[in-house]
Structure formats: C-alpha cells, structure tokens
Design a protein around this ligand. Structure first.
Ligand SMILES: Cc1cc2nc3c(=O)[nH]c(=O)nc-3n(C[C@H](O)[C@H](O)[C@H](O)COP(=O)(O)O)c2cc1C
Length: 177
C-alpha cells in the first residue's frame, strides 16, 4: 500500500492532515466490554487507542470519546474486559464500532471470572477495573488495572492501518507466529 506524502505548515494542523498522519500509525484493535447497570445487558465499543502502561502494578490504558454513548454506561460496570481481536474478527470490530444500543445482539461471548463479556475468538482478554480517568481534549484517557487475563488460539492479530483492516505478516517471510 502506498500513499502520497505531504507536509503541512507549522501550527495547529487541520483535522484531515492530523487524521492522515495518525492513520499511518498501525495498531491492533480491541473491544472493551462490560455489564453496566443491572448487569444483565452486555455492552462494548471498538477501540484502537489501547496500550500497555505498567507491569507492576499491571495497568493498561485506552481513550474513550467524550461523545461515546456506550462509555458512560460501560464505566459503571463492576469490571470491564479488554478483548484483543484476532485476524478473523473484522466484522466484530465493525459491529462494535456502531452507535447502536443493540450492537451486541448477535455477538457470541462467555463470561470472564467476574462475568464480563469475553468475545468468542478473542486473541487475548484482560479483566480490569477503572483506575483513573483523565480528561484529554475530546477524549478521556482511561487507565485500567488488570485483575485477570487469558488467551485464546493465536491466529494472529487484527490490525488497523489508514482506515483499513489487515493481518500481520512477518518481515522475514516466515509463517505468522
Ligand atoms: C478500528 C476502530 C478503532 C476505534 N478506536 C476508538 C478509540 O480508541 N476510542 C474511541 O472512543 N472510539 C474508537 N472508535 C470508535 C468507537 O468504536 C465508536 O465511536 C463507538 O463504538 C460508537 O458507539 P457509541 O456512541 O455507542 O460509543 C474506533 C472505531 C474503530 C472502527
């Protein structure tokens, strides 16, 4: 994949240039899930701002949009679960990125130790509590403490780059791990 390069004048970048530069940073994709409210209805949203923060204590972080309709409920869940998506889960990523109260309807899942949704086919999952939430522009930086984790079969990760999905190919041409 190639794309034309560009340079913008110093100063506050326009939104398209900013998005275009940041889109060149390849990421994995996670779905953050939980059981808000009375704990009977699963909820979740697709996130690619996920990153590891600290090994001791075990902390991770992600950014949740201030306009998200899902996050205000999700953050009330006793625990949340970060599901790292595998290469075959593009449709799951797309589905959980919709702003639709029923987006979880046809998603298959089982319970983490505290009952939070672990998505079928997830590469790995982390059951977390929300440790801190920092306002940051139009997002909140969420820091979460990991209490339990697990991993599924490794079919390679789902990757996101310049608005498109792909899978990992080792640079040395060997088979994907
Ligand atoms: C690949 C991908 C990555 C995304 N990453 C984030 C993210 O890091 N933070 C975020 O708030 N929204 C992210 N989104 C958008 C949310 O998934 C989407 O806005 C949300 O699910 C909309 O539903 P809601 O309004 O019910 O929250 C991402 C979407 C996609 C497709």
């Amino acid at each position: 994949m190639t794309a034309t390069g560009f340079t913008v004048a110093p100063g506050r970048p326009d939104a398209d240039a900013f998005r275009s530069a940041l889109g060149r940073f390849a990421t994995g994709v996670v779905v953050v899930t939980g059981l808000p409210g009375d704990g009977t209805r699963p909820s979740g949203l697709t996130v690619n701002s996920f990153t590891s923060v600290s090994l001791d204590p075990p902390l991770v972080s992600f950014c949740a949009g201030r306009d998200s309709r899902t996050w205000p409920g999700l953050r009330t869940s006793a625990r949340i679960c970060v599901n790292i998506l595998g290469a075959g889960q593009e449709q799951t990523s797309r589905r959980l990125a919709r702003s639709d109260p029923d987006k979880f309807a046809s998603v298959a899942w089982s319970g983490s130790p505290s009952g939070q949704p672990v998505l079928d086919g997830a590469l790995a999952w982390l059951e977390c509590s929300v440790e801190a939430e920092h306002p940051a522009g139009d997002h909140h930086i969420v820091v979460a403490r990991v209490h339990a984790l697990g991993a599924g079969d490794d079919d390679g990760p789902l990757l996101f780059y310049r608005g498109g999905y792909g899978r990992f190919v080792p640079a040395d041409g060997t088979a994907a791990p």
